[in-house]
Design a protein around this ligand. Structure first.
Ligand SMILES: Cc1ncc(COP(=O)(O)O)c(C=O)c1O
Length: 396
C-alpha cells in the first residue's frame, strides 16, 4: 500500500478523545461520568426550528440549493444583523456553509497560498491551525495572556506581522477562554491589520452568548472585515451543521467557486429549518438559553476558584472557563486523567488548545444543568480538599 499523506498523518488528534475512551472504562466499572468536556449546548434545538424542518420534509424533496445557500436564509441572516447590530449587510456578501468549520476552511481556501502565514491565538480553537495547514499555509500562534483577555494586543500583532503574513484569525468570545475581545483592543488590531494590508477574520460564533452586555458584531468596523458565525451554539444546532460567513464581495466571489466545487451546496433541510431561527418565538427560547449559561457561569466560577482551579480571566460569554491548575499539579493532563479515572469527571486538558503553558491550564465546559455541574464539582471538591487535608496531616 502506498503511504498516506504527510498532512493527514501529521494532523494532531484531540487529546480529549483519549479521555473519552478512558471514560468508557470508568462507566464499565459502574461509576457514572460527569462530562464537563464537550463544547456543545445541552439544550434542545428550539421547537419552531424542529417544526419548520418537519414541514419542509413533508412538503417536498430535498435538492441542492445555491452554492452560497438559499437567498431566503441569506436575507434572514442579513435582517438579523440589521435588527441586532444596526448593520446594513448586503445578503450577497453572505455565504451559508456547513457550520463555521466549512466557512473557516473556505476562507483559508480563498486567501491562502502555500507558505502564507496566518496569526492565531495560543490558547485557541485547535481546528484553526488545521484549516490553515490544509491550504499549505503556516499557522503562527501568538501567545496571549489573561491580562489582555487572552487576546493579542495591537502591538503584538504588529510585531508578529511578517512579509508572508496574510491574515489574523481571532474568536470573540474565544474558545477555550470565553473572553471577549474588548472593543478598543479590537479597533486597534483592526487598524494594524489594515495598515499591513492583511485580512482580519473574526470568529463570532459565541457573540450572541455573552452573559452581561450584548456586544455588536465586529462587522461594524466596515465591509473589509470577514466574520464567521454559526447556528451551532446560539441555536443548539451543532448536529445540523449550518453556519455562515460575511465577507467582502471579492472574497464571496471566490468562495462561491470553491463552495461549488467542494460542497455543491450546504444541506437544504437545515437551511429550511433555520429560517425559523429568527422568529420572535425562537429568539425568546434562545434568550432563556443565554441566561442559563450566564447562571451556570455564576454557579461554577466561584466553586472552581475555591478548589484551586483559578480563572485568571473570567469568561464574558460562551460556556467555558480556562482554569490555571498550577497550584494543584505540574501537569493539567495528568489532572484530567486522574479526574476521569478516579472521579469520573471529564475535563479538557490545556494541551488541546495550547503549546505554551499547556500543562498549567485546563478547560471546564459548563453548558449543563446545575445539578450535573454540582455533582461534578462535589466530586472534585471531595478529592482536592481531601488531598489537601491528607497533605496537612502528613506534614504535622
Ligand atoms: C471558536 C470556534 N469556532 C468554530 C467552531 C466550529 O463550529 P461549527 O459547529 O459551527 O462548525 C467551534 C466549535 O466548537 C469553535 O469553538
Amino acid at each position: 500500500m502506498s503511504p498516506l499523506s504527510d498532512r493527514a498523518l501529521q494532523t494532531r488528534p484531540f487529546h480529549v478523545m483519549a479521555l473519552l475512551a478512558r471514560a468508557h472504562a470508568v462507566r464499565a466499572r459502574g461509576l457514572q461520568t460527569v462530562s464537563m468536556v464537550v463544547g456543545e449546548p445541552d439544550f434542545p434545538t428550539p421547537a419552531p426550528i424542529l417544526r419548520a424542518a418537519q414541514a419542509a420534509l413533508a412538503q417536498q424533496g430535498q435538492h441542492y440549493t445555491d452554492a452560497l445557500g438559499s437567498m431566503a436564509l441569506r436575507q434572514a441572516i442579513a435582517q438579523d444583523y440589521a435588527d441586532r447590530d444596526g448593520l446594513a449587510i448586503d445578503p450577497g456578501r453572505i455565504a451559508v456553509t456547513a457550520g463555521a468549520s466549512a466557512a473557516l476552511l473556505l476562507i483559508m481556501g480563498a486567501l491562502i497560498n502555500p507558505g502564507d502565514e496566518v496569526l492565531i491565538a495560543d490558547p485557541g480553537y485547535p481546528c484553526n491551525r488545521q484549516f490553515i495547514l490544509a491550504m499549505g499555509g503556516v499557522p503562527k500562534p501568538l501567545v496571549v495572556s489573561p491580562e489582555h483577555h487572552f487576546a493579542p494586543t495591537a502591538e503584538q500583532v504588529a510585531a508578529a506581522w511578517g512579509p508572508r503574513t496574510k491574515a489574523l484569525l481571532l474568536a470573540s468570545p474565544a474558545n477555550p477562554t470565553g473572553c471577549l475581545l474588548p472593543l478598543e483592543q479590537a479597533r486597534a488590531i483592526d487598524r494594524v491589520v489594515r495598515e499591513k494590508g492583511g485580512w482580519f477574520i473574526a470568529d463570532e460564533i459565541y457573540l450572541r452568548l455573552c452573559f452581561q452586555a450584548k456586544p455588536k458584531s465586529l462587522l461594524s468596523f466596515g465591509d473589509h472585515l470577514i466574520s464567521v458565525n454559526s447556528f451551532s451554539k446560539t441555536y443548539s444546532m451543532t448536529g445540523w451543521r449550518l453556519g455562515w460567513m460575511v465577507a467582502p464581495a471579492a472574497v464571496i466571489e471566490v468562495v462561491e467557486r470553491l463552495a461549488q466545487n467542494w460542497f455543491i451546496s450546504p444541506a437544504s433541510l437545515p437551511q429550511q429549518a433555520a429560517l425559523a431561527a429568527f422568529t420572535p418565538e425562537t429568539q425568546a427560547v434562545v434568550e432563556t438559553y443565554r441566561q442559563a449559561y450566564a447562571a451556570q457561569a455564576a454557579f461554577v466560577l466561584p466553586r472552581l476558584e475555591a478548589l484551586g482551579f483559578l480563572v485568571p480571566a473570567r469568561p464574558d460569554g460562551a460556556f467555558y472557563a480556562y482554569c490555571d491548575v498550577s497550584a494543584l499539579t505540574q501537569s493539567s493532563y495528568d489532572l484530567c486523567l486522574t479526574a476521569c479515572d478516579e472521579l469520573g469527571v471529564l475535563l479538557a486538558p490545556g494541551r488541546d488548545f495550547s503549546d505554551h503553558q499547556a500543562e498549567r491550564y485546563l478547560r471546564v465546559s459548563f453548558p449543563k444543568p446545575i445539578e450535573v455541574l454540582s455533582e461534578g464539582l462535589d466530586r472534585l471538591e471531595r478529592y482536592f480538599l481531601g488531598r489537601k487535608a491528607r497533605q496537612t496531616d502528613s506534614s504535622v
